[in-house]
Design a protein around this ligand. Sequence first.
Ligand code: PGA
Length: 253
Amino acid sequence: MREFLIAGNWKMNGSSAASDTLVSGIVDGIPEGGGFRLLVCPPFPYLASVAIQVSSSAISLGAQNVSEHKAGAFTGETAASMLKELGCGYVIVGHSERRAIFGETSEQVAAKYIAAQAAGIVPILCVGETLEEREASATEDIIDGQLDAVLDAAGVDSFASAVIAYEPVWAIGTGMTATPEQAQDVHRHIRVRLAEQNAELADTVQILYGGSMKGENAPGLLSMPDIDGGLIGGASLKADDFLAIAAAAAAAH
Ligand code: PGA
């Protein structure tokens, strides 16, 4: 059985003090039981201190973005090797905010994915459609395009050390969650697409759901056969909210 991954994407929120409080609240409240892993992805300035806070716990550390370049004259960018040094085991790539606000293309996302893996970091590849695309019945085409850019550049076997997050753009930060069935349909589609190239591997890849996930809707989403956890924004900013989702994962396993 695949393990659940419950990942908090703090985005550009918090302060040094708020980050300390949030992490200690999570560390102190990790639910009993197995079958799930917790991950926090703080803003860059807090990575080093959160790394120390989680070092003696089972919580993993991730970053929210990474440069596709190894090193050099790239002002303001952060190399995967630097994230690795800080103790990051994961990095989010291709979040819809990076695609929409910062103009990241699927090819650039694929390059970031490759850079992360080259440094020994597991990329969490985000894919998802806008409301217009869903209403035009283009969801699967959009997901395929985003996925294929990575499959073409890195190959299916690279998914042995990657996580996928399905995040419908219309559900992010809106309070509008995909129903468990809507999410399951897309998760299934993603797994089948990978299975066309490597069935055994497709069965092991963790596919997270993201978009207004919270304690109340987590049990329904996590009960779906192809949903292996969550990438959580708003509800990852308070320890109790995040832990409620972790508890749902522990109960669902
Ligand atoms: P949300 O964000 O949980 O606030 O909708 C999810 C995400 O953007 O990763």
